[in-house]
Design a protein around this ligand. Sequence first.
Ligand code: AMP
Length: 363
Amino acid sequence: MVVGILGGGQLARMLALAGHPMGIRCVVLDPADDACSAPVARHLHGAFDDRRLLDELADMVDVITYEFENVPLESLRYLSSKVPVYPPVAALEATQDRLDEKNLFRDLGIDTPDFLPVSSQEELESAVNRIGLPSVLKTRRMGYDGKGQIVLKEAADVSGAWEQLGGVPAILEAFVPFDREVSGIVVRSTDGEISAWSLTENRHGDGILKLATSRPHDPVKPIALDFATRLLEHLDYVGVLALECFQLGDRLLANEFAPRVHNSGHWTIEGAETSQFENHLRAVTGLMTGSTEPLEQSVMINCIGEMPPLSRVMKIRGAHMHDYGKEPRSGRKVGHITVRTADPEYLQRATADLCDLQKSGCR
Ligand code: AMP
């Protein structure tokens, strides 16, 4: 079985590594010469819209998947005329535009923060009148890791804000004073079987995920699973999907979803019976998916900018290091570390030790 992946970052790298023991090979298309997955998978170097390369890829593989959201839709549509593409192109299309994504949530009865479309400074001002302050102005397209958004705290922040964001189509969202951020990671197989991993509690800093902790038996997991199931069934989805939510009291409000394996699910490599990477490959290749049951409890930190010295990491009992082999660069995710334990006290201590490895901290 051969899986084609559009995008050659760390997600493609971990997919390829998960495929190896099962004899599933991955072929990756990515424009970068130093793509992170290059050491562990066959690579085609070139643009995502290079028809010659897309033809070559389609000839080499049984199924195509993708590992990031800004793959051109046209390329996926073209590929899907030749080989199956999972998750479905409609899922990617919805996530490429925040307004379409939020409208989809609303249509499916999935709760979200209040939002309105904004295409001019005038529209922004009337949206602020309706939604109130504080609120968050976000570009509809190409925003990720907190990029392409401005928090409007007071009236003075509103003037000129639309131009400041680039004068592009945007949405205004109510700012949610959330208690915590959680993500529900789920998988659906070709025969419609849905499984969910333990809910993950996420801590962000500067718009980047810093810390993720698995929460087996979390009381709001059924809400996240209900929301995710609506999406999966509506989209006739195949593969892993991550739904990011804000928790406010006993409610969840959906922020966004990712039609792919997700950073907040990296702990599943050591912390679940079957990882998100293995199950994504199993789902898209038409196999039965494996158990998503947690093994104890896990905490994961992202290594941002540069990797901490291995010798320091290995002093933390139970630490599992994942170095993506990337060149250090400020703000870049270069690796992650997971600790799994059955001891709640040790989980706290390990979390503190892991946070100390991050220059900017994460508590
Ligand atoms: P996003 O790019 O939408 O995932 O936003 C990145 C991060 O910004 C989120 O994980 C939150 O920490 C914060 N954020 C985004 N939207 C809101 C909101 N409406 N209210 C409060 N915080 C938000």
